[in-house]
Write a protein of this length. Structure first.
Lengths: 479, 479
């Protein structure tokens, strides 16, 4: 029992120091490790398994909406990156450059891809000639590199894993519809698979992607009220097509430029899961993406028949769930703490008395509720508790989002809310970037998250300058 | 029909120019495209889908043998790469180096990983302390970079996709068993999934991996008699462990070095599939990894009811197979050629008369055999034809391997066989690297493929120097 206590003591409470709590959890749940490569991280088996589950779920949704996977080179020649002006300005400052290959100085240096619009455009030029070649609905799973000064596991690292969708369309309308469709895929995925409700909307011009006409975003709120940009979907118009001279013969036999989108989510989603659902005992994983959905802990496992019955249960449940039996010689208390730390949604306790009664005990990781259930109806009881864990996580996250979203109609009120309550602030905005800059300066970091799809009219004037308001904006601090 | 003819004419016959045939097939089957990044290639949807199927099949086999996936950084600091002497000598000459990150010259340059032994070792040092931490059975799916002077799609590119397994064990025996076990996983995968029989065995010291004590290899033969190193499995002993100071407390409470393995296969397997099975009509894909296992071609599709019935068949078959219906307005002849080019194992033809008879026509891509089958037993007929395609591919590849494997007992005979017949040559060897060098020089490129697990005693003396022979070696030219 000394061991359990030690384990629990090692985690900083989230109310004491949220950042330290986060660091403790990612290390002690064995999600990641540091390496000697500055700013890069190692995905350990448990962390990578979460990513594999995310990939499988998302990939199925991409394929169901008609997308195909491809793989582009990881290098971008400097001249190719420079082809679209805004894009290169946005990304060049944070590129890693390969200058030597096979012991020779390269005649043109190569950037390790920070994103692949330019590579896709070069390829699209080769393969798009007629309206019959459209749409092209492509996606790529890969790692990208953006040289970051300060890094934090999963949230901001110099290398990260992601997917980037890149599509080309006959018309602006079709491309715009794709942009919104994929944001909706993200929104549904966050809700259904990650148990995370989030605000969705359009980025202001200041915050949009380098080279995009419009950027849409999904902005989940973390437990401490801070936002995390959870995924973005961009409409490019025909800007890149013109820069890369991509044309096609349209249905009227005229030469036209296709319209383009891109959209992406990354391993920072794992950071969102941790910070949205975790508690002082560690991680809590949504059942849909948990590497272990249920862990079986034998009680008094030295007693005759306990381990055999536990193994039998494991084999039975493995047909339907990702299940693990811990029959190691660690103490029961240590095991309880360990799988709470790892965020396993359901714990199954099985001891001699349970076996006698043809029952076992299910324990929810979220509510800690214990339920004695008959082994005859085990699957339906596990189903029910997994569903309950998911629903409970959604309900908690919704409650947190509502509790930490405030409104402000004057700048004083805005500053006061940010200082004393934090979280998201809904406030009207004139549409001028000067007001965004001023709010960021005054507050020391609050930025517009998005103009939400569901706008409210809180007043007629901008919270900052008092001029007529154009939009309601959700503001907040971010990771 | 002019269009079909054009399509067929565009492929060079494999007997006329095998290299050109290969290039034609990879382009026209839409497996890949070139990019402006020298030596790198684009995986188009059809090529990448083959890789996804390979990944899914192999990943399941790795997990079934107890391996877990992880992800390491893509960069290796120069000092880390230099830690194991033989390893850095083998890889440094072909590294790509990042020297600038975020607009600043790096204090230490970073190599883009050519392979990740060094990164795994650095991590193993952090996480291995006791025999209870062993074995560690890790695998990683990623892309790696080796700066190549001459490149060929799938076979040799500066960047390629692969998996690399890295494991650590308590004892040498256990690590050696793992090395052989994973080679067997590859051998079974080649046979069961890719329909490719191959020679397996041990590499000579000259040909082994940089830093390995032993390297085992799988060496399939291409249609033209040339070998392709299809996958390797390495036993490292405790060499890296010593270089990286990785120790653990063993069962006798003594500090020991763990024993290590690594093993990998890459996207060059796609090259093996093309060159082992393809013909003058294009690709032939083994059913297990074919992105489209059966294509439905409607005949006289303008006639009432044909497209409806074809769509109904597609929906029915989609429950069990990867199936496609081509209802485009291209000619039937064009469609036949197109899906032959793409190597789809089974073609299903469905016209008005078939519908009247409640039947359809199945056509095998390998034998071109046509079979009229009842729609009532469609699934069992498709199953049978897919199995037949697989078996037929195996039989052909076996026949080719046998026909193009020769023996030689004198150097003159060796040279004659190589010149006039090509293929693999079985010959005795004294164990001296000088004889390997001499054979390579005299023939202009024939190398030892491996000392096969199934050795034969062809004579008492080395084919090259006449001294007592130690082993039978399979020799051959390679991609």
């Amino acid at each position: 029992m000394a061991q359990d206590k030690k384990l629990v003591e090692q985690i900083t409470s989230m109310d004491v120091d949220f950042a330290q709590w986060y660091t403790d959890v990612v290390k002690k749940a064995e999600l990641m490790d540091y390496s000697s490569v500055k700013g890069c991280m190692i995905f350990r088996p448990y962390g990578y398994a979460i990513w594999e589950n995310i990939q499988r779920e998302l990939d199925a949704r991409f394929k169901a909406t008609g997308h195909e996977n491809v793989y582009m080179p990881m290098f971008i020649p400097e001249s190719l990156l420079q082809r679209e002006k805004d894009h290169v300005e946005g990304f060049a400052p944070e590129c890693a450059w390969v200058t030597i290959g096979g012991q020779n100085e390269l005649s043109e240096r190569l950037c390790v891809r920070p994103t692949s619009e330019t590579l896709f455009c070069e390829h699209f030029k080769n393969i798009i000639h007629s309206y019959r070649d459209l749409p092209k609905l492509y996606n790529q799973w890969c790692s990208v590199v953006r040289w970051e000064k300060t890094t934090r596991p999963f949230l901001r690292t110099s290398e990260f894993l992601w997917q980037e969708g890149h599509t080309m369309h006959e018309t602006a309308e079709e491309a715009k519809a794709e942009t919104l469709r994929m944001l909706k895929v993200y929104e549904d995925f966050y809700f259904d698979a990650l148990a995370i409700p989030a605000i969705t909307g359009q980025k202001t011009d200041k915050e949009k992607f380098a080279g995009a006409e419009q950027t849409y975003t999904i902005e989940p709120m973390m437990h401490n009220g801070v936002a995390l940009q959870g995924g973005t979907s961009h409409y490019f118009g025909d800007g890149f097509a013109k820069a890369f001279d991509i044309t096609f013969t349209d249905r009227e036999n005229k030469v036209s430029y296709p319209h383009q989108t891109s959209w992406g989510v990354s391993t920072r989603m794992i950071g969102a899961i941790i910070m949205c659902h975790g508690d002082d005992s560690g991680l809590i994983l949504p059942p849909k993406i948990a590497p272990i959905q249920a862990v079986i802990i034998p009680i008094a496992q030295h007693k005759e028949g306990v381990l055999e019955k536990a193994a039998e249960l494991r084999d039975r449940l493995a047909a339907k769930y990702r299940v693990k039996l811990d029959d190691s010689d660690q103490s029961t208390g240590w095991k309880f703490s360990q799988y709470e730390m790892k965020g396993v949604p359901v714990r199954i306790e099985l001891g001699p008395r349970d076996i006698e009664n043809n029952s076992c005990v299910l324990v929810s990781r979220v509510t800690r509720e214990k339920k004695v259930v008959s082994l005859d109806s085990l699957e339906s009881e596990v189903d029910a508790m997994l569903a309950q864990v998911h629903d409970e996580l959604v309900a908690r996250a919704k409650k947190n989002l509502a509790a930490k979203t405030h409104t402000a109609t004057t700048l004083d009120e805005f500053i006061d809310v940010d200082k004393n309550q934090g979280g998201f602030i809904k406030a009207m905005w004139c549409g001028d970037v000067a007001c965004e800059d001023k709010i960021k300066d005054i507050t020391g970091g609050v930025k517009s998250r998005c103009i939400p799809f569901k706008e409210e009219k809180l007043s007629d004037v901008c919270v900052c300058c008092g001029k007529p308001a154009k939009h309601m904006v959700v503001w907040g601090r971010q990771y």
